[in-house]
Design a protein around this ligand. Structure first.
Ligand SMILES: [Zn+2]
Length: 674
């Protein structure tokens, strides 16, 4: 658990799993375009219109788009690696190949999972049924958190915001079965209906464990009431965006004073920590949890644990559990069917043994040349931002000096870690059930996280696996990270022109760099520490510009009556806008002295913007659109294109757009930051 989410690009919409092999697409592709739509009217439609009209979303997908297509190609590579590992006889005991093979093999054995039903979790259920006291409850909470269950509150470690050299313990909120607190609190008819469906789903799941329909219905009612109490106490997502709101360093003794219902010393001992200091995300949330532990009957807590633990286990049990769990996913995402078993097995293996799989992946798929080219591009983008910061007319010298120092200190990671994770402490015995294999992997990861408490921060660690099709900025490490998985066409293509590569991959690199200066990132300094290095006057000017971006996106409609949440998506929108701006500047520099002859009828500048817009081509089910608008800090692809480009005079110039065109925002309302 991390209190702060990493700032991603979020290329693969609402991940589940994917389909078969596809040819690599190009960043500029006329067959996707609708040239009957004027570029200055709706540039997203101009670039992606024909694709939008003809693409169909496969039944098991929440949506499709470029990121999904790229991930599908990677899946084929990963699939071959795992099939080989599962077939390898005589792999060295406890080697990564043995573990990958045993894990993937255990998942693939569907007839065994059917035969076992719920028996792999019988010991868990027996312990839960025996809970009679708060002490027994918190011991079981700790045990199930190590199994990966999301219960009541979350525990983890992360760099101390104000001294990032040291990693410390952290406590956050958690334990909800619905995607966010607002799902429990909304009183509109859609929210009420969804909660009814959720309650029925809990009851059906509990029924799979035995008991009567009436008993399960009562239990589900009590579970929903308890989750609603947790939701009421939880901090809203928008408030969590400000790091000051989620940084409360406390000793275990002071946590015991604000949340006396839990014996925190015993709790930390049971998760293997004796922390000197704990970062608490929300003290008032812990107070509420403490009160619920002392006031809610143990019978209700037993129901809650039975539900949450079964929900956590369901994907690894028999099809009755798998299918019941999918009914709720289907409601939330609109997906029509489960992905085939081999794809689900790939996703779980990826999540459990990601760097073991990643080491095999990069050996096949990533070259030193690709790394060198990506590094050169990052260097050009950083130089472009350095130029911008050096010449910004609204920024004072004092703030400028700090901003440049932060840029100079950026750590850049490309492809895969220098040192892959050591899995030697994880045993997946041959013959272990699928459920047991996943729990062993979860416990291994949990122990690894807890062991970091009060130790120096490991700056070499990666927050994404090499095969991930995404990228991130981690403000606490002041780093930008680009896994091998994203260094593929159409984002990056060694055979394509500069316009294509800078418009797609360049804008992604720029996006991650700019995260260091978005509404959240700008509060961290060159060392990654939470420290206000802005003069009051500069911060005020920044807030005015950011406010314009917030209002701009809040006016966009996602689906039905749902709008983009301009406050929740602010950091991502600033990163899109700033990233595009510096990618364009770097592109212009790279083009100097090169041929400017049109290709496919488009100038290099036009191709740059077409490549950008085509990277965000997505078609998403309405249910998933609504889910994302409520929980995802990224705007939908269409608005990432229209929102960023309509603020950019360079775009208007490339396509000859005039004041008053829909793709040109007037100067009076247009935001300028970089
Ligand atoms: Zn981002």
């Amino acid at each position: 658990m991390k209190l702060r989410a990493l700032a991603l690009v979020a290329i693969v919409a609402a991940s589940s799993t994917a389909l078969g092999a596809q040819a690599a697409s190009k960043a500029v592709d006329r067959t996707n375009m609708d040239t009957t739509c004027a570029p200055c009217t709706d540039f997203y439609r101009f670039v992606n219109g024909r694709w939008q009209d003809t693409a169909t979303i496969p039944a098991s997908y929440p949506g499709i788009g470029v990121g999904r297509e790229v991930y599908d190609r990677s899946l084929d590579v990963l699939h071959a690696i795992l099939e080989d590992a599962a077939k390898t006889r005589g792999a060295a005991p406890n080697s990564n190949t043995q573990k990958l093979g045993a894990f993937y093999g255990a998942c693939s054995d569907s007839s065994r999972a059917e035969k076992l039903g719920a028996t792999p979790m019988a010991a868990d259920l027996a312990r839960i049924a025996a809970i009679r006291t708060p002490a027994m409850l918190q011991a079981e909470l700790a045990r199930q958190q190590a199994n990966g269950a999301d219960l009541a509150f979350s525990v983890g470690t992360e760099p101390d915001f104000k001294n990032t050299k040291l990693t410390v313990a952290a406590l956050g909120q958690g334990g909800l079965g619905l995607p966010d607190r607002e799902y429990y609190l909304g009183d509109d008819s859609a929210s009420v209906k969804l909660r009814e469906s959720y309650r029925a789903h809990i009851a059906r799941t509990l029924r799979l464990l035995g008991g009567t329909p009436a008993g399960a219905a009562d239990e589900a009612k009590r579970v929903l009431a308890l989750e609603t109490s947790l939701a009421k106490a939880a901090m809203p997502l928008e408030e969590q965006r400000d790091p000051k709101n989620i940084y409360h360093p406390l000793t275990v003794d002071s946590i015991a004073r604000i949340a006396p219902g839990v014996n925190w010393k015993a709790y930390f001992a049971s998760v293997g920590m004796t922390p000197k200091s704990v970062i608490v995300q929300s003290p008032s949330y812990l107070t509420a949890v403490g009160k619920l532990v002392s006031s809610v009957p143990m019978a209700t807590w037993r129901d809650y644990l039975r539900w949450r633990v079964t929900d956590n286990a369901s994907p690894y049990l028999s099809s009755r559990f798998v299918n019941e769990r999918f009914t709720m996913r289907a409601l939330l995402t609109g997906a029509k069917s489960l992905p085939p078993r081999w794809k689900r097995c790939m996703t779980t293996t990826d999540a459990s043994l990601g760097e073991a799989l990643g080491a095999a992946y990069v050996a096949k798929e990533f070259s030193p040349e690709a790394k060198a080219r990506a590094l050169a591009m990052v260097g050009n983008l950083e130089a472009a931002l350095r130029d911008r910061i050096s010449t910004l007319d609204w920024m004072s010298e004092a703030t400028r000096k700090e901003a440049l120092a932060k840029l100079a200190a950026f750590r850049v990671k490309i492809g895969y870690p220098d040192r892959f994770r050591d899995y030697s402490g994880l045993r997946i015995p041959p013959g272990a059930s699928y459920y047991a294999s996943v729990m062993l992997a979860n416990q291994f990861e949990f122990r690894r996280q807890m062991a970091k408490s009060d130790k120096p921060t490991d700056r070499n660690e990666w927050g994404m696996t090499p095969q991930t099709v995404d990228a991130y900025n981690d403000a606490l490490n002041n780093e930008i990270v680009f896994p091998a998985g994203i260094m593929q066409p159409p984002f990056f293509d060694a055979t394509a022109d500069d316009a294509s590569n800078y418009g797609a991959m360049g804008a992604i690199i720029g996006h991650e760099i700019t995260h260091g200066y978005d509404d959240e990132g700008r509060q961290f300094d060159a060392s990654g520490a939470l420290r206000d290095w802005w003069t009051k006057d500069d911060a005020d000017k920044y807030d005015v510009a950011a406010g314009r971006i917030r209002d701009q996106y809040s006016s966009y409609i996602v689906a039905d009556t749902f709008h983009v949440n301009g406050k929740l998506t602010l950091g991502e929108n600033i990163a899109d806008f700033g990233g595009l701006k510096i990618a364009y500047a770097a592109f212009e520099k790279a083009m100097s002295g090169r041929s400017r002859a049109p290709i496919d009828g488009f100038t290099p500048e036009q191709r740059f913007f077409i490549a950008y817009a085509s990277a965000w081509r997505t078609k998403i089910r309405p249910e998933t659109m609504i889910l994302q608008s409520r929980t995802d800090p990224h705007s939908p692809g269409e608005w990432r294109v229209i929102g960023a480009l309509s603020n950019l005079p360079e775009f208007a110039q490339a396509f000859g757009c005039k004041a008053g065109d829909p793709m040109v925002r007037g100067e009076a309302i247009r935001a300028t930051i970089w």
